[in-house]
Design a protein around this ligand. Structure first.
Ligand SMILES: Cc1ncc(COP(=O)(O)O)c(C=O)c1O
Length: 406
């Protein structure tokens, strides 16, 4: 590759058309470089990224301490399988456990894998009582492997895949009575995102997660929090559940876990973890030295740079500016902010605003048709926050003007 001249964006697109499975909708731009909250395309255009790597690049693109740690580790030991011990994996597990609920870690490579581990753990822990059902919530998202897809209570992701996995039942998000009504003698667990991400940055009503905890305790179910998107500092806490004062038995992590490298984890209380006996589950690359080193460097960077507190300040800044904008722009129905997890519910579909921002070199996302989702880096500078918010405000005000004058 080193002596091949770089392709333009249109040339890269042609290459994809020939050689890459067309299962993604992509913007017609090839990105070549990233630094902090900016990325550059093959043509040299710079974009401000408010949707860093679908939430994976919570520390921005190529965070220097993570890059340095990974470079160093690359020359020492990249991969050894889990038939051996490595100090790095043990230390990584210890660091995550100390910042959450004292659980034990199983490592894998992605969010969906972490959720598959949690699904198997739930079934294994319920197996002596013939319990296998898992309650999940409408609008949730848990990944793309078949178990996680079935756990995802959104019909659009199920189309054409049936028969799906048995044993998942769905309740409306926020409806405690409905969740209670689904519990029977075969129920093993409740699986939920403490804040729904893909579902539109939906924050549960007061007392809902606590109510689920009580139900889980009463019926001896595992309470599993999918913190793949909300975890690792995104909401200004290490984990979103910490702001709700409710502790899970099992938690799944990925996305931002390794500062932009692939990595996933499931944490489980020692009592729950004991159901995963040797031979019952595995991930060949899980917890490899490179991922562990990146994961540890990520935690260290967040703490040494005070980034949880910075994410909270950024959340306040976004909330203030977006509420001001809401008062001036009739397209905005609701603003939902927790740290650097931001949803702007519109009264129209959001695709046009995403396109218009992209033309102004600001990258944002739209989810659930009408919700603009921003997942900026937690080390975004305040001036960059204002720079992007100025563009977004302009775009939405113009769109509102056109919408209401037509
Ligand atoms: C809450 C949640 N769980 C699971 C996943 C799946 O993660 P991955 O794409 O790493 O498999 C996602 C991905 O967006 C997610 O947001």
């Amino acid at each position: 590759m080193s002596n091949v001249s770089p392709l333009s964006s249109p040339e890269t697109i042609q290459l994809f058309e020939r050689c890459v499975v067309p299962n993604y909708n992509r913007f017609p731009v090839a990105l070549v470089r990233g630094e902090g909250s900016y990325v550059w395309d093959s043509e040299g255009n710079r974009y401000l990224d408010f949707f860093n790597g679908w939430g994976c690049n919570l520390l921005g693109h190529c965070p220097p301490p993570v890059v340095e740690a990974v470079r160093d580790q690359l020359g020492k030991l990249i991969h050894v399988p889990n038939t051996w011990y490595t100090e790095l994996q043990g230390r990584w597990a210890e660091a995550l456990s100390a910042r959450s609920f004292g659980g034990q870690a199983f490592f894998c490579n992605s969010g969906t894998e972490a959720n598959e581990a949690a699904i198997k753990l739930a079934r294994l822990s319920g197996s002596s009582k013939r319990r296998y059902k898992i309650i999940t919530f409408e609008g949730g998202f848990h990944g793309r492997t078949l178990g996680s897809t079935t756990a995802t209570a959104q019909p659009k992701y199920h189309r054409g895949l049936g028969p799906l996995m048995a044993g998942f039942v769905y309740a409306p998000f926020g409806d405690l009575d409905a969740a209670k009504g689904l519990i029977d003698a075969e129920t093993a667990a409740i699986l939920i995102e403490p804040i729904q991400g893909e579902g539109g940055v939906r924050i549960p009503p007061d007392g809902f997660l606590k109510g689920l905890r009580d139900l889980a305790d009463q019926h001896e179910l595992l309470l599993i929090f999918d913190e793949v998107q909300t975890g690792c500092g995104r909401t200004g806490q290490w984990f979103a559940y910490q702001a709700f004062g409710v502790q899970p038995d099992v938690m799944t992590l990925a996305k931002a876990l390794c500062g932009g490298l692939a990595g996933g984890a499931m944490l489980a209380t020692p009592a729950a973890a004991k159901s995963l006996l040797p031979g019952m589950h595995a991930a060949t690359f899980g917890g490899n030295p490179l991922a562990a080193r990146a994961g540890l460097a990520t935690i260290e960077m967040i703490e040494s740079q005070g980034l949880l507190e910075h994410a909270q300040r950024l959340g306040d800044l976004f909330e203030k500016r977006l509420r001001e904008l809401q008062s001036q722009c009739d397209l905005i129905r609701e603003v939902r902010v927790r740290g650097v997890m931001i949803g702007i519910e519109l009264s129209v579909e959001g695709a046009e605003a995403v396109r218009a921002c992209m033309e102004r070199r600001l990258l944002i996302n739209c989810t659930n048709a009408t919700v603009l989702r921003l997942l900026p880096a937690m080390n975004l500078a305040e001036e960059q926050a204002h720079e992007g918010l100025d563009i977004l405000s302009d775009v939405l005000k113009k769109q509102a003007k056109n919408h209401f004058s037509s």
